[in-house]
Ligand binder design. Structure first.
Ligand SMILES: NC(=O)C1=CN([C@@H]2O[C@H](COP(=O)(O)OP(=O)(O)OC[C@H]3O[C@@H](n4cnc5c(N)ncnc54)[C@H](O)[C@@H]3O)[C@@H](O)[C@H]2O)[C@@H](O)CC1
Ligand SMILES: Nc1ncnc2c1ncn2[C@@H]1O[C@H](COP(=O)(O)OP(=O)(O)O)[C@@H](O)[C@H]1O
Length: 284
């Protein structure tokens, strides 16, 4: 697989626009990790759409992103956030939804409404989308699921896939390839099933990733993967290839980080710098 081409005669918009809907009061780091990873893999322009306290935290670490403050309800985004996001969306924008959007338990919130309306609105506009974490968990609860498209990449870990398919984690782990294929056929999307030997499937084919190590088994590492895939989609990599290549880059970043910092000591927040080093390695 080839890295996305970077012509010399280019500007930031040549390399795409990511609109990342992420974060909540408890999970501010997820918004940072997904946004910075999209930039590190080469996206030209990344907007983080999030509630104001998340933006305040993330902006102090990441002046490179652009920020879209969203109306807040309790610990996460409110119903009115939907219109703010859809107004910002332009054709060609790549969206990522779900990293750390969870509401604090027992906190009143409108998240199911928000996720349903966003998916409906973005699919109508034929958006490319990475759906992760609580985006997936909330999607799993809908009786009337919004129709997704082959331009969507779902990135569940085994527990998230068990919620989506309503089977046990053990059953999924027993046959990871079939589980990923089933989900991809059922939802009409690319499905990336995370874990050691990540599986990527669409309706016709599958790949097994052979990079990565236990350094990646740390909170926030999956948020980096979401950013990587969104960043590749923004650079016009096709969804199946973006998932396959994204898992490979994420794994190489983990391996390179572990060489310097050990399998024990790598943090998810170390990975973005090693994503850049993985790109350098792949470029040669
Ligand atoms: N720094 C941050 O802000 C972080 C935010 N995060 C956000 O936290 C929210 C909750 O995510 P979680 O994944 O913790 O919650 P989940 O409820 O999805 O997962 C926790 C449960 O799933 C099981 N599980 C998780 N990974 C599994 C695997 N690989 N195989 C089998 N079972 C597995 C666990 O045993 C546990 O019972 C998400 O929105 C996520 O984006 C996390 O990514 C961690 C870091
Ligand atoms: N032992 C491992 N070997 C290779 N990759 C791993 C390993 N453990 C976790 N990963 C990868 O790290 C990421 C973890 O994501 P996830 O489970 O969503 O965690 P989080 O939500 O905390 O970020 C996934 O991409 C997964 O494939």
């Amino acid at each position: 697989m080839q890295l996305p081409f970077r012509p010399s005669d280019s500007n930031k918009f040549t390399f795409g626009n990511v609109l990342n809907m992420a974060g909540s009061l408890n999970y501010r780091g997820a918004a940072y990790l997904s946004s910075v990873s999209a930039l590190r893999v080469g996206a030209g322009y990344v907007t983080l759409a999030a509630i104001p306290p998340v933006i305040e935290s993330v902006a102090s670490q990441l002046p490179d992103a652009v920020y879209l403050p969203l109306p807040q309800c309790g610990s996460t985004m409110a119903k009115d956030a939907v219109q703010v996001i859809l107004n910002r969306f332009k054709p060609g924008t790549v969206c990522s939804l779900g990293c750390g959007i969870s509401a604090i338990e027992d906190d009143p919130h409108d998240l199911p409404f928000v996720v349903h309306a966003l998916l409906d609105g973005l699919m109508k506009q034929k958006a490319s989308l990475v759906l992760d974490a609580d985006g997936l968990n909330i999607f799993a609860t809908f009786d009337d699921k919004p129709k997704l498209s082959e331009r969507c990449v779902m990135t569940p870990h085994p527990k998230e896939l068990s919620r989506l398919l309503n089977v046990s984690v053990e059953e999924i782990q027993k046959n990871r390839i079939d589980a990923a294929r089933d989900a991809s056929k059922r939802f009409g999307t690319v499905v990336l099933l995370k874990g050691h030997r990540t599986v990527v499937a669409n309706g016709n084919e599958f790949r097994i990733n052979d990079t990565g190590c236990s350094a990646l088994a740390k909170a926030g590492s999956g948020d980096c993967l979401t950013g990587i895939i969104a960043g590749l989609l923004a650079q016009k990599v096709e969804p199946f290839d973006a998932a396959v290549f994204g898992a490979k880059i994420h794994g190489i970043a983990g391996e390179l980080a572990a060489k310097k910092l050990s399998d024990y000591g790598v943090l998810a927040s170390d990975l973005p710098r090693y994503i850049a080093k993985a790109m350098l390695q792949l470029q040669h």
